[in-house]
Design a protein around this ligand. Structure first.
Ligand code: NAG
Ligand code: NAG
Ligand code: NAG
Ligand code: NAG
Length: 577
C-alpha cells in the first residue's frame, strides 16, 4: 500500500488559480506586514544570469531564500538535516508542517531541537563562507494540519535575531503583488524546486540541486493514482512532476516551488507529499509529487505572523529593518586574523569624511561612518548651519586613485571612485549627529563602499570589549591624508572619571586609549572628531560600531567616545526608508 513519507516532497500547483486575489495592502506601522516586501524580494544578487537546468546542481547564491532545516533528537542526538524552507521575511521562514512536527502527529518538535542554516550550498562543507545559522524561537503550525492526509501542510518558523540579507541570503516573494500586476496561472508551466534531497540516487545530495517540473491539474493527478491522491489531494494542494524520474525526493520536503515573473522569484508551493515505491520509504519519482499551495495561504501567513514577543525595544523597532542590511561590517579576513596586519585600504568601507564645500578637499575636518545607504553618524564637528558634503569610499584624500600592494599579492589593488554627496536632514542628540544623505550611498555596487553594523541585540549592546579598533583620518602629520587605524585599550569607567576629573561621566561614554604611544606622538594624536571605535563580533565576523570620538585626540589622556549602543533607540526613531 502506498504510504506517505515523512520527508517527502514539495510544492504547489495552480489547479484552481485564475488570477490572484490575495494581495493585501501593507498596513502602516506594522512591522510584520511591511517586511513581506514586494520591492525587495525574490532577487538573485549573486548571479544575474538565470540558469536553466533540471535535476542538476545549482550554484552558490542561486537560491538565496532556500534554507536547510535541521532536527535534533528524532533519529540522532545531534542535529541532522531534515527539510528545506524558504525565507519570506526578516524574521520568518515558511516550511511544511510535517517538517516541524513528530511523525504522524500534530505534536510540535520543541524549537530548541530545530536549527536553520542559511546561505548554504554544500551542506557537507561546514565552513562555507556565506553560511549563517539561526535559532528558531517559535514554530506556528497550521491549526488545520492533518498529518495523515497532509492537509494544510504549512508552518511558519520565527528566528531569534533578524536575518541579515546579503547576496547569499535573501527573502523570496510571496505569491502576491501590491502594484496590481496579476501573477499568471502556473498550470502546465514549469516550476523550479530546489533541495538537498534532490538527487537521482536514493540518497541525500550534499550540494543544492534543482529540478524543473510542470504543475498538473488535479484531475490528471487523481487519475494517475486514485488510491493515493484521492486520499491526499484537497483544494489547497496541487501536483507537479514529469513521472519520469526527475523530481523531488526524501529530504526535499518543506522546500519551495518557485516561478519567476519580471525578474523576481515567487513562492508558489511547498514540497509536501509523494508516493513511495514500496514499504522502503524511498520516493517514487514515477509519480506526481504533492505540494501545499502556499499561494492560497497568504491570508493565513498574515494572520499568523507573530506580532508580539519582540519585547525588546530595539529588535522590535519598526525601523530595525533599515539597518544592518546586506553585507554590513563585512570582515574581509577570517576572524582570527590580526587587525594590525590587515590592509587599511578597502577594509573599512564605512568610513566617510565631512567638510564644507569651501574647504580644502585634502583637509579632513571631520570623520563619520555610514550606517546604511541613506545615513551617516558623526559628531558636532562641522558647522551644522552650512552646507556639508560627505565623501564616501576614500582612503588617501590627496589622491584620486589609491593603490596598495600586499606582500603576498602579485598585483596591487586600486580604488579610484569616491562618491561625494551632500547632507540633507540633520538630527542631533547630545554630541551625536545623524545625517541623511541627499543621494543614497552606492553600497553593494562598489566593493570598497559598505555600511557598518550597529549593535542591536541585548548581548551586542551590553557587551564591553577590552580592545576596540579605531579608524579615522588625522588633522596633521605625514600620515594625515590617509585613513589610519589603531587598536585601543578600554579604560574602566571609574578610572576614566578620576583621570578626567569628570564625575558626571556615565555609560553614554566609552573611554579608551592607544596603549603603544601614551605620549604625544604621530602614531597617536590628532585623530579628528568622528573617528570611530568598532569591534568584530566573533559569531558573525562583522564589524559593529561602538563609539564615535567627540573631539580631537591628544593621547595624553583618555579619549572619549559616544557609546552608540545607548543611542540605538534614538537612531531608529529618526531614520526612515
Ligand atoms: C562539499 O564539501 C565537501 C567537504 O568540504 C567536499 O569534500 C566536497 O567535494 C564538496 N562538494 C562539492 C560539489 O563542492
Ligand atoms: C532507488 O531505490 C529503488 C527502490 O528501492 C530502486 O528500484 C532503484 O534502483 C534505486 N535507484 C538507485 C539509483 O539506486
Ligand atoms: C523527464 O522529462 C523532462 C522533460 O521532458 C526531461 O527534461 C528530463 O530530463 C526527464 N528526466 C529523466 C530522468 O528522464
Ligand atoms: C609601541 C609603539 O608602537 N611605539 C611607537 C610610538 O610612536 C613612536 C613614534 O612614532 C614609534 O616610533 C613607536 O614605534
Amino acid at each position: 500500500m502506498a504510504s506517505a513519507l515523512r520527508f517527502v516532497l514539495f510544492v504547489v500547483s495552480c489547479l484552481l488559480v485564475v488570477g490572484s486575489p490575495w494581495a493585501i495592502a501593507a498596513q502602516d506601522g506594522d512591522l510584520q506586514t511591511k517586511d513581506y516586501n514586494d520591492a525587495e524580494c525574490g532577487e538573485r544578487l549573486a548571479l544575474k544570469e538565470g540558469l536553466v537546468k533540471g535535476g542538476y546542481p545549482t550554484l552558490p547564491g542561486e537560491w538565496p531564500w532556500h534554507v536547510a532545516l535541521y532536527q535534533r533528537g528524532i533519529t540522532s542526538e545531534g542535529f541532522i538535516y531534515a527539510c528545506g524552507g524558504s525565507i519570506v521575511h526578516r524574521y520568518l521562514i515558511v516550511t511544511a508542517a510535517h517538517c516541524v512536527t513528530y511523525a504522524a502527529s500534530r505534536r510540535k518538535i520543541p524549537t530548541e531541537d530545530l536549527q536553520l542554516k542559511m546561505g548554504r550550498f554544500n551542506l557537507s562543507n561546514e565552513v562555507e563562507e556565506h553560511g549563517e545559522e539561526h535559532r528558531v524561537i517559535e514554530s506556528i503550525v497550521h491549526a488545520g494540519f492533518v498529518p495523515t492526509t497532509f492537509e494544510n501542510d504549512i508552518a511558519i518558523l520565527r528566528v531569534e535575531l533578524p536575518i541579515i540579507f546579503n547576496h547569499f541570503i535573501q527573502p523570496v516573494c510571496l505569491w502576491k503583488r501590491d502594484d496590481g500586476f496579476v501573477l499568471p496561472s502556473v498550470y502546465e508551466r514549469l516550476g523550479t524546486v530546489v533541495g538537498w534531497g534532490l538527487t537521482d540516487e536514493n540518497r541525500s545530495g550534499t550540494v543544492l540541486n534543482e529540478a524543473r517540473m510542470p504543475v498538473v491539474d488535479s484531475l490528471t493527478c487523481l487519475a494517475s493514482d486514485r488510491t493515493f491522491f484521492g486520499r491526499l489531494l484537497y483544494a489547497k494542494a496541487y501536483c507537479a512532476g514529469f513521472k519520469n524520474g526527475t523530481g523531488v525526493c526524501n529530504g526535499d520536503s518543506g522546500g519551495g516551488m518557485f516561478f519567476q515573473f519580471q525578474n523576481r522569484w515567487y513562492l508558489k508551493g511547498l514540497v509536501s507529499f509523494s508516493n513511495t515505491i514500496d514499504a522502503s520509504g524511498v520516493c517514487n519519482l514515477k509519480q506526481y509529487i504533492g505540494f501545499t499551495d502556499a499561494s492560497q495561504y497568504i491570508d493565513w501567513l498574515y494572520e499568523n505572523t507573530p506580532n508580539s514577543g519582540i519585547d525588546d525595544p530595539i529588535l522590535g523597532h519598526p525601523n530595525i529593518r533599515l539597518i544592518n542590511q546586506g553585507n554590513c561590517g563585512h570582515n574581509k579576513h577570517v576572524y582570527e586574523y590580526a587587525e594590525e596586519r590587515k590592509p587599511i585600504l578597502g577594509q573599512y568601507g564605512w568610513m566617510v569624511t565631512l567638510r564644507h564645500p569651501f574647504q580644502d578637499p585634502e583637509y579632513v575636518p571631520c570623520n563619520g561612518v555610514l550606517i546604511n545607504r541613506n545615513y551617516i553618524l558623526t559628531t558636532n564637528c562641522v558647522d551644522l548651519q552650512d552646507e556639508i558634503s560627505v565623501t564616501i569610499g576614500d582612503y588617501d584624500t590627496s589622491k584620486t586613485k589609491d593603490c596598495v600592494k600586499e606582500e603576498w599579492e602579485e598585483y596591487q589593488t586600486c580604488i579610484s571612485t569616491v562618491q561625494t554627496v551632500s547632507v540633507g536632514q540633520l538630527f542631533r542628540k547630545d554630541d551625536l549627529v545623524l545625517a541623511r544623505l541627499t543621494i543614497p550611498a552606492v553600497i553593494g555596487r562598489r566593493e570598497h563602499i559598505s555600511a557598518i553594523c550597529l549593535p542591536v541585540t541585548p548581548q551586542q549592546r551590553e557587551r564591553l570589549y577590552n580592545r576596540y579598533i579605531m579608524t579615522g583620518w588625522k588633522e596633521s602629520g605625514t600620515d594625515a591624508k590617509t585613513l589610519q587605524r589603531a587598536v585601543l585599550t578600554t579604560i574602566d569607567q571609574n578610572n576614566c572619571r578620576v583621570e578626567l576629573e569628570n564625575p558626571q561621566l556615565d555609560d553614554r561614554t566609552i573611554c579608551a586609549r592607544n596603549p603603544n604611544n601614551r605620549s604625544r606622538s604621530p602614531m597617536c594624536n590628532d585623530y579628528m572628531p568622528g573617528s570611530i571605535i568598532q569591534a568584530i563580533e566573533k559569531k558573525s565576523n562583522r564589524y559593529l560600531l561602538y563609539g564615535l570620538q567627540t573631539s580631537i585626540s591628544y593621547c595624553s589622556r583618555p579619549e572619549q567616545y559616544i557609546a552608540i549602543s545607548k543611542y540605538m533607540q534614538w537612531i531608529l526613531d529618526n531614520i526612515r526608508g
